[in-house]
Design a protein around this ligand. Structure first.
Ligand SMILES: [Fe+2]
Length: 491
């Protein structure tokens, strides 16, 4: 009941501030928060907040459509790696990226952050005004430390042009920190994968964000392919176009609203690192691998020293967020001992932290599948032959636990896999919209499939105590928020 009340108060505060900031938007010339803000890497005591200043309060709805070029032409442009040509082939003559449909160009200016516990608004912390980084796409990040566990924080961020100008915009939102490791608390979470601007199913963004907002999870994980650089309108083979795609996506109201209110862990995969099945050393057009990682890891999403982390969410739940692009060997290297996706250091960390954990349920959230099954011709993850040696090592290690559950993104269909006579379970959340679903034949049900659905949606996890018994429930949802499958585990 208390939780519901807290949610209601938070929503009311949010709506009130949304209206006051709407008034601000019509009275000033900006800069604005067209991309809202998002958070990342939360634990009991810290979180990273990200925001960006924009020239306009909303994405450019009257913008011009890109020139549609074929996949073959795009491939040639990639090979030629000429930034000017990549633009001129896709942007109509005389126009610039800012003129294009959905554009949300950045703006110089200053931002100030205020945050406080929802239940203790006297306890406000205000930062100094700080200039957004014009060289990092007009973004700024704050790392907040010394937070209290199990606490809802209200966030307010103000914008101004400089110290002589008035406040030009203000946004409001929230996050919550995880409960301490001895707390027996019910926890709700959602896991999603694979969306992009063109495969959204409403003009305001992806429907799943309305459905997930109704659940109002304690946290949410995006397992990557948040955008696709290597899809048309435009094929984003330059830094400017990559940033354009983020600016456009972050301005979608459904996503923006959700991300500003829910504790989030953002992961990346191939399409938002560089391109399909990408590995270190590759290029996309003139953009290097290093630059691709920098844009995601250091600029467009909350930064972290390492890109994997384990977080305890109370007594009954511990999650692992893994990283599957930064440390991998080339997909086309011959399989065998030493060929890795996680890299030695991350794998050691994963094994050690799993062994040390006394959480009732251990949930490992991966960008890519570890069990699968996946398509025969794929060669990018642990369910594929190209990584079988390390895949077997990991599966064998995990099989010693009877309380480990795998979640994954990447595959555009929903499944639950359980290999008979093992402890291995894997939950694939499925693509973010029905138009984005595919890649598997609905009638191809394998022995390990407990559930298979080639449609969009998301995965919901719930940990709670039912008559004192810790219970983990996984539910697959369709895009409209209906439950389509459920698995329950009790300890
Ligand atoms: Fe994908």
């Amino acid at each position: 009941m208390l939780r519901e009340n807290t949610k209601f108060i938070l929503l009311t505060v949010f709506i009130a501030l949304l209206f006051s900031s709407c008034n601000l938007k019509t009275e000033t010339d900006g800069p604005y928060f067209g991309n809202g803000f998002h958070n990342g890497w939360a634990d009991q005591n810290s979180i990273v907040l990200w925001t960006r200043l924009t020239q306009i309060p909303e994405g450019n709805a009257d913008g011009i459509q890109f020139l549609d070029i074929s996949a073959k032409e795009a491939k040639a442009l990639d090979k030629e790696a000429n930034a000017e040509k990549i633009h001129s082939k896709q942007i109509p003559e005389g126009l610039i990226l800012d003129d294009m449909l959905g554009a949300c160009p950045g703006a110089s200016g200053e931002v100030k952050l205020t945050y406080f516990p929802l239940s203790n608004s006297e306890n406000k912390i205000e930062t100094d005004w700080i200039k957004v980084d014009d060289n990092k796409n007009f973004t700024n990040q704050w790392k907040l430390e010394n937070l209290s566990p199990d606490t809802k924080y209200v966030v307010e961020i103000e914008a101004r042009l400089n110290n002589k100008s008035k406040i030009s915009d203000k946004i409001e939102g929230a996050f919550r920190t995880p409960p301490a490791l001895e707390a027996e608390e019910p926890i709700e979470f959602c896991v999603v994968t694979c969306h992009d601007y063109w495969r959204k199913d409403t003009s305001d963004g992806h429907k799943i964000y309305s459905a997930m907002m109704d659940i109002f999870p304690d946290f949410y994980v995006h397992t990557g392919d948040i955008e696709y650089y290597d899809k048309p309108l435009p094929w984003a083979m330059t830094e400017e176009m990559m940033r354009f795609k983020w600016d456009r996506l972050f301005a979608l109201p459904l996503q923006r609203n959700f991300w500003s209110q829910v504790t989030t862990y953002f992961m990346k995969d191939d399409h938002d690192a560089l391109k399909n099945d990408a590995w270190p050393g590759m290029k996309y057009g003139p953009v290097t691998w290093e630059r691709g990682l920098e844009i995601f890891d250091k600029e467009q999403f909350p930064s972290h020293d390492k890109f994997y982390k384990t977080i305890r969410w109370g007594k009954d739940l511990q999650i692992w967020i893994t990283e599957s692009r930064n440390y991998r060997d080339p997909n086309n290297a011959p399989d065998g001992p030493g060929k890795s996706i996680f890299g030695e250091e991350q794998k050691k960390w994963l094994f050690n932290t799993l062994q040390k954990s006394d959480a009732t349920f251990k949930v490992i959230i991966n960008a890519n599948p570890i069990l699968g099954p996946d398509r025969k011709q794929k060669n990018d993850n642990y369910a594929n032959e190209g990584f079988q040696t390390e895949g077997d090592e990991i599966r064998e290690f995990l099989n010693q636990f009877d309380d480990v559950y795998l979640c994954n993104g990447d595959r555009h269909w929903q499944y639950v896999s359980h290999i008979e006579n093992t402890n291995l379970w894997e939950f694939s959340c499925g693509a973010g919209s029905d138009i984005h679903a595919g890649g598997w034949n609905q009638s191809d049900v394998r022995p390990e499939h407990r559930f298979l659905r080639v449609k969009g949606g998301f995965l919901r996890g719930n940990v709670s105590r039912k008559n004192g018994t810790p219970t983990l429930t996984f539910q697959h949802y369709d895009v409209n928020g209906n439950v389509v499958h459920e698995e329950i585990f009790s300890k």
